[in-house]
Design a protein around this ligand. Structure first.
Ligand code: NDP
Ligand code: GDR
Length: 328
């Protein structure tokens, strides 16, 4: 039985990856932080076989202990402060967790691997946010990085540190440059889930309207279930490498509103959506669109869920959740 450790197991991707590895027969270990983390109950429900170990990405000692107990063959470093807007208000903390946390995990992995550095395979959750002020369209593995947020800067640090550990110590350390991916498990602070939750509540008469920021921004949105499969595929390769994971199709926030509202029968949403400057960012990433040709050629990976399917899936799930909340 293969053993894998997932940091960030309480997050969207951590839960999907845990399910995927469980289906593949892995013994799954998850790093959980905090003394009374409210997400633990949900993880235990979704992943009853997973073994949860307590530690924090900012605390190297805790990571060394967790690595020793889990003794994994594969490490998936998904833990991060991941909300870009939050990273301007908490730049120091974001740097410590999303940036230096990667170095801590690489170091804990290297220590456990000992004289055979490639014996533990390492995945780093890099991000399209690293492309920021995009230098070419679409973006690929070789595109110059130009981050536009403290989060993006921290991810660039983690990305290059992963490459550096691979080149310096011969570690099997891969980096997935993942474009936005969403699901019914997406946190409600992110724009897709914010919209699908609000639309479901509007449909059920629980809410009148929603307040949004920049509607012109574009994102290349895929389905989280597809993207965790790409992570696993990267670690099954004989050699570690970096891969862009994306759908290659971009949509604006307006398109997102179109699809979500259309699904509840509203074609003109103008009366339901207002603007609030508080959701604007000090610097914006305007046109993200990824070229995942390398992932297709080497990993045999392709997305299976398109934008409309993704957003309608999320609206349906939120309608069900809101109805269940009424019954409870
Ligand atoms: P989430 O925000 O849903 O999950 C983040 C996870 O990190 C949570 O489990 C959180 O734990 C954990 N975490 C936060 N701080 C710490 C810490 N100090 N020590 C240990 N764990 C911590 O993110 P996603 O699942 O969406 O994303 C997974 C990874 O992929 C992240 O690194 C993200 O930056 C990256 N990424 C995501 C993309 C996306 O579109 N979803 C695209 C590209 C990259 P807790 O529940 O306790 O807060
Ligand atoms: P992003 O995701 O910053 O791309 O980071 P988010 O969903 O937060 O924003 C996407 C775009 O929507 C615009 N926007 C709004 N965003 C939010 N959250 N709320 C609003 O009301 C709103 N109105 C407009 C934003 O300006 C932005 O342009 C996500 C995270 O998962 C990162 O961790 C990951 O690395 C990247 O995706 C790829």
């Amino acid at each position: 039985m293969k053993r894998a450790l997932i940091t960030g197991i309480t997050g969207q991707d951590g839960m999907y990856l845990g399910e995927l590895l469980d289906r593949k027969g892995y013994e799954v270990y998850g790093l959980v932080r905090g003394q009374n983390n409210p997400k633990v109950a949900e993880v235990r429900d979704v992943l009853p076989n997973a073994k949860l170990l307590f530690g924090d990405l900012t605390d190297l000692g805790s990571l060394l202990r967790v690595m020793e107990i889990a003794a994994p063959e594969e490490v998936y470093n998904l833990g991060a402060i991941s909300f870009v807007a939050h990273s301007w208000e908490n730049a120091g903390m974001t740097t410590d967790v999303t940036g230096k946390g990667v170095l801590n995990m690489l170091e804990a992995t290297r220590k456990l691997a000992g004289s055979d550095p490639a014996s533990i395979r390492f995945y780093q959750a890099s991000s399209s946010e690293m492309f920021g002020k995009v230098q070419e369209v679409p973006q690929k593995e070789s595109t110059l990085l130009w981050p536009r947020s403290p989060y993006g800067v921290a991810k660039v640090f983690g990305h290059y540190m992963t490459i550096n550990y691979r080149e310096s110590y011969g570690m099997h350390a891969s980096s997935g440059i993942l474009f936005n991916h969403e699901s019914p498990r997406r946190g409600i602070e992110f724009v897709t889930r914010k919209v699908t939750t609000a639309v479901a509540r509007i449909k059920l008469g629980k809410q009148d309207s929603l307040t949004m920021g920049n509607l012109e921004a574009s994102r290349d949105w895929g389905y989280a279930g597809d993207y965790v499969d790409a992570m696993w595929r990267m670690l099954q390769q004989p050699a570690a490498d970096d891969y862009v994971i994306a759908t290659g199709v971009t949509h604006t926030i307006r398109d997102l509103l179109d699809v979500a509202f259309a699904h509840i029968g509203i074609t003109d949403w103008a009366d339901y959506v207002s603007y609030d400057k508080q959701y604007e960012r000090p610097a914006e990433v305007d046109l993200l669109i990824g070229d995942a040709t390398k992932a297709k050629d080497v990993l045999g990976w392709e997305p299976t869920v398109d934008f409309t399917e993704l957003i309608t899936m999320m609206v349906d799930s939120d309608l069900e959740l809101q109805r269940t909340a009424d019954r409870d």
